[in-house]
Design a protein around this ligand. Structure first.
Ligand code: ASP
Length: 316
């Protein structure tokens, strides 16, 4: 018998887990964030409901979030210690366990689409810096001037980080991350899951630093054997605890539900390395899970059976 209540497709998105610092105009920002997340869910739902693939859904959702200055990915990327933007992203296809990742990008408008090209058009998984750019140019990826990523809000965040550093307080990694990294996970009508994550990394990060977002198994993972996962938070901790793969492994080897596995990865594994952050996940039954140990995680989901929901805090 077919269970009419089981979702046949599902999409979850995030705009990062973090501290949710008080900024000027924070309420207006919240309203705008909710609007963008809702619009992205609506478009994603339209595609998935008409047979679109989970891979297209996660790429498109992340592209939309990269194009918004509100999030720390693409247009709204944070500044590194030299006052530059260095972007990274990854994508994974749960059907074939194929993946693509990029890092060290300064002028690629949508890093997630370059990650997908690496997955689909190269024999490799991870390309960095000049090589990634050359590969992207050869495949017609859209470029912008480095100034495209300049925003006053992220500039202020860098200035504040420099002030704190000069005062000898809160070394990078000890302070809770800001929200803004973006990600998406989806299940499509064909029964396939996919995941995508994109980020500018951490404000004031050292030149050359790479976080978890472009690392398969740390910030992103997808397998039809279990689920699709996208993470956000203190990247070093997510790498050390291989959080994204752990959620899938707990389902595959221990038989946990996606909700239990997501919770265990954050409350157990991530806590073990004293990390802060969160994740979104979806399994092949269309069950969506959110787990985070930060004050804020910008997020939303929609399925074939549930209306779109958007939330920023634990309870709203
Ligand atoms: N995980 C990202 C990084 O460490 C940052 C974030 O999610 O806020 O690069």
């Amino acid at each position: 018998m077919i269970d009419d209540h089981r979702p046949t497709w599902a999409l979850a998105i995030h705009g990062g887990a973090g501290a949710g610092r008080q900024e000027r105009g924070a309420e207006d920002l919240e309203t705008e964030i909710r609007q963008v997340l809702s619009a992205v869910l609506a478009d994603g739902a339209a595609g998935l409901a008409t047979g679109g693939t989970s891979l297209d859904a996660v790429e498109q959702a992340v592209r939309r979030l990269e194009d918004s200055p509100l999030f720390n990915a693409g247009r709204g990327a944070v500044y590194d210690a030299r006052g530059e933007h260095v972007l990274e992203a990854s994508i994974m296809d749960g059907r074939r366990l194929e993946a693509g990742a990029v890092a060290g990008l300064r002028t690629v408008k949508n890093p997630i689409s370059l990650a997908r090209l690496v997955m689909e058009r190269s024999p490799h998984v991870f390309l960095d810096g000049e090589g990634a750019l050359a590969f992207g140019e050869a495949h017609g990826v859209e470029r912008v001037d480095a100034q495209w990523f300049d925003t006053p809000r992220r500039r202020r965040a860098l200035e504040e980080a420099k002030r704190i550093e000069a005062g000898g307080k809160a070394p990078l990694g000890a302070a809770p991350p800001e929200t803004g990294t973006v990600g998406a996970v989806a299940l499509d009508l064909h029964g396939n899951v996919a995941a995508a994550t994109s980020t500018g990394g951490l404000t004031n990060k050292a030149p050359g630093r790479i976080g978890d977002s472009p690392i398969i198994g740390a910030g992103t993972f997808a397998s039809n054997d279990s689920c699709a996962v996208s993470c956000s938070g203190q990247g070093e901790c997510f790498v050390r605890a291989t959080i994204a793969r752990d959620v899938a492994a707990l389902m595959e080897y221990v038989g946990m539900s996606v909700e239990a596995a997501a919770k265990e990865a954050i409350r157990g594994r991530l806590a073990r390395v004293r990390g802060e952050g969160g994740l979104i996940a979806v399994d092949r039954e269309g069950r969506v899970a959110f787990a985070f140990n930060t004050a804020v995680m910008l997020r939303g989901c929609v399925t074939s059976t549930d209306a779109p929901r958007v939330a920023l805090y634990a309870d709203r």
